[in-house]
Design a protein around this ligand. Structure first.
Ligand SMILES: Nc1ncnc2c1ncn2[C@@H]1O[C@H](COP(=O)(O)OP(=O)(O)OP(=O)(O)O)[C@@H](O)[C@H]1O
Length: 250
């Protein structure tokens, strides 16, 4: 697959095969094209050449959550998070109870009646992700959904995501800069090379059984070696990138 915006392709010859039920993460340098791939996967962007298949063709029954997803300012925290569950036709009381549970995992127990404007940027940043999960019938695409969360909250909500994914048998494509998050959540981690014309550098299987406990996964013997491999991949990409000091020095 190739992707572009009118000029030369920003991504060339990417082959990203995600099987139904698989949890795949996509990592890579800033500007390498991760969000663009997600947009192609969800049908928001047409590839120049090729197609993306994510369990079902082009994720027709997908839900997606992007970095700049808006919260609805006239809805409370609970109503924002419960929106996906209500779209899924859960009875209001059940949707509210589940939304409160997710808010508590986001460190916002007791904040359900607050409006977005009454909370900090970090406090609001985790909502779009659980809001979108229930809308996914087969596949869920997420772009750095937990980037602004602190480590404890991030671990808790990632566990909620994994539990939901297991329960709903979802296919997931997650874009993240957090290598530990990528390994502990995924079955495979794809590494994009640097721009301006990115290609796929590597694809690694995560040999840790599912269902997973996020913290236990980090103690699994396969975790450390894969973390070092991903780090090496990204370090070498930075060293060869024309856009970084490392690459410029070569
Ligand atoms: N609408 C657009 N028009 C032109 N170029 C774009 C557009 N959107 C993205 N690009 C370019 O495509 C490249 C990839 O962008 P993309 O947002 O997919 O990268 P990314 O890997 O998700 O980056 P980050 O990790 O910083 O979020 C970048 O060089 C960017 O400038």
């Amino acid at each position: 697959m190739s992707v572009g915006f009118g000029g030369p392709p920003i991504i060339e010859g990417i082959d990203l095969d995600v099987r139904a039920g698989q949890f795949a993460s996509l990592i890579g340098p800033s500007g390498s094209g991760k969000t663009s791939i997600l947009r192609v996967a969800t049908g928001l962007l047409e590839p120049l050449r090729g197609t993306v298949e994510l369990g079902v063709s082009r994720c027709r029954t997908s839900a997606s959550c992007f970095q700049d997803d808006a919260l609805l300012p006239w809805r409370t925290a609970r109503q924002n998070v419960a929106l996906g569950l209500r779209i899924r036709d859960l009875p209001p009381a059940e949707a509210d109870a589940r939304a409160d549970h997710w808010l508590s995992k986001l460190g916002l127990a007791g904040y359900g009646d607050r409006f977005p404007g009454q909370l900090s940027g970090g406090q609001r940043s985790g909502w779009p992700s659980p809001r979108c999960w229930p809308c996914a019938r087969s596949c869920c695409c997420m772009d750095e959904p937990f980037a602004a969360l602190d480590a404890i909250v991030r671990t808790r909500i990632t566990q909620e995501l994994l539990d939901w994914v297991e329960r709903e048998h979802l296919t997931v494509l997650l874009v993240t800069h957090d290598l530990e998050e990528a390994i502990s959540a995924s079955d495979t981690v794809a590494v994009l090379g640097h721009g301006p014309r990115a290609t796929m550098r590597a694809r690694h299987a995560v040999d840790i059984p599912r269902p997973r406990d996020v913290l236990e996964a980090r103690r699994h013997p396969a975790f450390g070696p894969l973390l070092r491999t991903l780090w090496d991949d990204l370090t070498e990409e930075a060293a060869s990138s024309p856009a970084t000091a490392d690459g410029a020095a070569r």
